[in-house]
Design a protein around this ligand. Sequence first.
Ligand SMILES: [Zn+2]
Length: 141
Amino acid sequence: MRSSTEAVLEYLIIKVLAGRDNIVRAVHDYFVNSVSPSSVAIRYSLSKHQVRGYIQRIVEKTGSVVKARVLLKHAIPIILKIKPIVKEINGHIARCGLCGEELPSQIMEDHIRKRHAGLIDEYLESTVEIIKKNITLSRNS
Ligand SMILES: [Zn+2]
């Protein structure tokens, strides 16, 4: 079973892979930079309702706002370096760059989770490794 940390990282990694990095940037601004949900919503073209939903998911997964803040501060700069595998074709349809499938944009995250779980695991593992290394370095400096 996955730890709560891994569950949050996986959640964010899938968003970036699906080309929805604006959501990852939005929750970063909220948790790390203390920007209000309404300002975050405007900045990243999301609804306030959506932003609150993403925030809630992350708090549920980590267990607290404080834990979420610490984790996201370390994790998001690393996760944002991941390249999306999904390319939007029009407003509703997107193409998966890995298998070539064209699907409704809304189900792309599901597609990645089901079909490309190995890739998610690779990114998860390397993200955890980099976070651990960075934390060790900052403790020793
Ligand atoms: Zn695919």
